[in-house]
Ligand binder design. Sequence first.
Ligand code: MLT
Length: 311
Amino acid sequence: MKILITDPIEESCVNILKSEGFTVDLKPGITKDEIKRIINDYVALIVRSGTRVTADIINEAKNLKIIGRAGAGVDNIDVDAATRRGIIVMNTPGGNTISTAEHTMSLILALARNIPQACEDLKSGNWNRKKFIGVELYGKTIGIIGLGRIGREVAIRCKAFGMNVIGYDPVVSSEVARKFGVELVAELDEIYRRSDFITVHVPLNEETRGMIGKNELLKCKRGVRIINCARGGIIDEMALLEAIESGHVAGAALDVFSEEPPPKDHPLIKHPKVIVTPHLGAATEEAQEKVAVQIAQQIVDALKERAIVGA
Ligand code: MLT
């Protein structure tokens, strides 16, 4: 049985699959046409976020049983097309949690204290202390949209900074939210109205695409700071730029973009009040190792009919 991997992945993934008797073809950077040409030879396909597994690829994959995503988000996979063909789509939702929560905290702190801007300024030979006056996290309200694995870890860390943590998640109860130190609110509007910082931790799907647009930003407190380590496209980028330019939003920290890599002259990315990283939420040695091992083990278990996990 042959397994195709089309994005870079830790070696441990390949080693586990080979030790279980599978033939593995590692082809990072392969083109879509090439995938369509060869996919029929494989029972499983493993991707990270680089490969878009579209319906036309899936329709060529007559022998494919599983698409494995080494990571959490499956928005780069046409899950409906796979389901129609009886192909299982599985992810590794836990492997990235801590790394992404820690990256979110890094961005919250960097945004509050203007760290990237001050760093760049000092490296250019300046010594501007007044220009980079920031704000404390202590006593501020952070609104967490989405209280899944990552949102909860972010909540715990924000509590440690003395923040008042409120959260919105329609599938989480107040009791569960309280365990993570979060006051659950019933309406998103309350998050917008009360928060000094807003961080989103929801997947990108038809419900969440563009969920924070012009109207939502206008409902926010003046001076709010916005963080997105989830998916580009959840926050309308042009609306965010306008809100920052008008001074209504004090700044934003973004790890993800509606188009990745984004266009080089992206005005939001260039804005001095916006700090950015190139989708680094899960980019740690630990997270990459965890997702590589988890996806390999899950695929082995599923193909050997032991268990189906993360589907
Ligand atoms: C994920 O969904 O696992 C993270 O955003 C990292 C990634 O896309 O590789």
